[in-house]
Structure formats: C-alpha cells, structure tokens
Design a protein around this ligand. Sequence first.
Ligand code: ADP
Length: 398
Amino acid sequence: MKKIMSVNAGSSSLKFKLFEMPSEKVITEGNVERIGLNDAYFTIKVNGEKQKEVLPIPTHKEAVAKLLKELLAKGIVKDIKEISGVGHRIVQGGWYFSDSCLVNDDTIAKIEELCPLGPLHNPAHLIGIREFMKVLPDVPHVVVFDTAFHQTMPETSFMYAIPYDWYETYKVRKYGAHGTSHKYVALRCAEMLGKDIKDLNIVTCHLGNGASISAVKGGKCIDTSMGLTPLEGIPMGTRSGNLDPTVLSFMASKKGYTLEELITILNKKSGYLGVSGISNDSRDLEEAVSQGNERARLALDLQYKRIADYIGSYYVLMGGIDAIVFTAGIGENSPRCRRSVIDRIQVLGAKIDPEMNKLRGKEAILSTEDSKIKVLLIPTEEELMIARDVVRVAKIEL
Ligand code: ADP
C-alpha cells in the first residue's frame, strides 16, 4: 500500500489529491487559492469534512509548505516520507511527450521550452514541480500531460492548412487539451460496456468551463476539437471556439484593439458570457432560459449545435460511433445539455432515456435499449489517472 500525491499547480492555485494505491482510495484532497495574496485560501478535506483557512500565502513555496504542514498536523500522514511519489499535471507537452514520464533535467528543459505554447500554465507547473522536489527530493516525480493522449492524431487531423514553414519552424499545429480526461472516460466507457476498447469508436465530450470533444478509435485519439491552444473548437464558458480569423482584423479596424486584446476577448469575454451578457456558468444560463431569456437560450444553443457538428464529423471520420460519453461539470450535471445534443443527432440513431438523463454526477448508461449509439455519463477522474501514471511510470511496487 503506497500513498501517491496528485498535483495541479496553476498560476495562483495549487490543487492536490492524495491517493492510497492500489485501492485508489482518496485519503485527502484540497487546494490553495489566491496564492500571492494576504487573504489566500487553504482548503482541505479531513474525514470527508471540508476545512477552510484564510491566510497570507505569498508564493507557491509557502503553499507547498502549508500543505505538508497540515498533512502532518491533521494526522493524515505521520511522516512526509510516507508519500511514495508525486504526479504533476502539465497542460502543454507539445510535440515532445506522447506519454507521462519521470521528471529530470531534460524533462524540465522541454516543459520550459514549451512555455510559449502554454503561457498561462506551464510556468506555474514548473514552479509547483520545483517546490515539491525541494521538500520531497527522494521520491519519484512524474509529469502527466494533457496533450499526450492526442499525440496519436494523424497529420490530417493535427495539421492546419497554413504555410508549411509555420509548422516546421514554429510547430504551429493542433495539440488538443483535456487528454487525461478523454483517455480516462474512454477506458471507463469500454469497461462499463464490457467491451475491448480496441473494438470501439467513442466520442468523448469533456464539457466544463473549458470544453473539448475527441474521436477515440480503438483506444487512440484520432481527432480533437481544441487546437494550438484551448481557444479552438466549440463555444465554452468564456471562449468563442472556432471563428473566421478575419473577425479579428475587422474588429481591430472598428475598435482599435490590439491583437493581444482581441485574443483576450475571445478567451475571456466570449462564449456563454459574451453571447448571453449574463454569465459564464451554465447553471445561471439555464435559470435565465427558464425565465424566458432569449440570449441565454442562444448562448447554450450555439454550443449544443457545435457539439452535434463535431459528433457528426467524427461519425464520418471513424466510420460510425459505438458510444458517446458526457463528462466534466456540464456533461456530468446538465440533463438539458445532454438531451439537446442527442436530439440534434437523432439521424444517427442515438436515443436517450429521459428518466436516466435526469442523473447527475454518477456513472450511468443513458441511452435507450434501441439506441444505435450508447450514451454514457462518466464523471472524470483526472487526478486518479495522474496517480496511476506515477505508479506505472516510476514502477512503484505496491
Ligand atoms: P473547469 O474544470 O473547466 O473549470 P468544470 O468541469 O468545473 O470546469 O465545469 C464548470 C461548468 O459546469 C459550469 O458551467 C457549471 O455551471 C457546470 N456545473 C458544475 N456543477 C454543476 C451542477 N451541479 N449542475 C449544473 N451544472 C454544473
């Protein structure tokens, strides 16, 4: 029995989950938010109960120190050395990483080199890795990349039809995101259906604040909706998804925006928020729709329509679909979203059971007996995948 820590370090946050392996039991979980402020939050679950503290946490160094101190103080571990390995989530693994790997000087240099492609995330991940390595220098540290699962995409899926030199010299191509989640739910889908994943064509819909869709054929990703960055694909909480790039120059000429401002607007002020003018949260929009708000309805419908478009195109790409999986905040919790998407692809023979579709946050098969495509609800478990990879990659004996 070993304890494995799964870490997700953001620019001002640090999420953690401590697992007991091989049972995969969650020992504790929590996060540090608002790092850099005098009133940062430290939250930890002890015996299922959430405990929150407000305190100054100037940098990630203090965040890691606080976390380890509390693990000891609350008796969750008696000695920090009980932690046998640490897994770090990395958003951008670029063209270098098609699987998780051990942290060493070479890995760090490559993650650093990829910072321009993941400017908001990779630098924060590196700080997290360095701080954890200082306090746990004798255990293996493993990096798990959001992009790794998508590295099996063929050229026809990952290339953009742009000057080839942009690809060769600057590595401009599609990398995708949420790969750990897509991989987990695809594996779990095969298990739930009692089938070998090699025999299945699965569309995985990770619908959270950020959202992406993947085509998983025989267990391998062959296309995904996010691109060079998470801006591509379907409309999301605050992101626009696909649009004609000329919109940028047109709006620059109208309003005098810089390129950077325009990209920020497409990342932070578009999607649900931009169209509805109300919120980036699907719950707020669903509530507004129930009160007759037409722009909220449009914001949701733009997304549902685009999800259906991707499913249709992946149906053609894979030569049929055996299963569609819904996961992440909206996929797991919004019957309205699932029903609206499946209604739009009726022509493919997918049918959802209205009673089953009321379920939230629990594994279930939602499709009717006579549906030609199985529709599944599978809560994602990215942190567990990270802990599993620590054991596998570092060859930790359990
Ligand atoms: P991210 O990890 O990308 O920040 P999440 O996976 O947490 O996003 O998803 C956030 C979205 O999920 C929000 O739009 C929110 O409204 C929706 N969501 C989360 N929980 C629920 C719930 N219990 N009921 C309905 N929607 C939910």
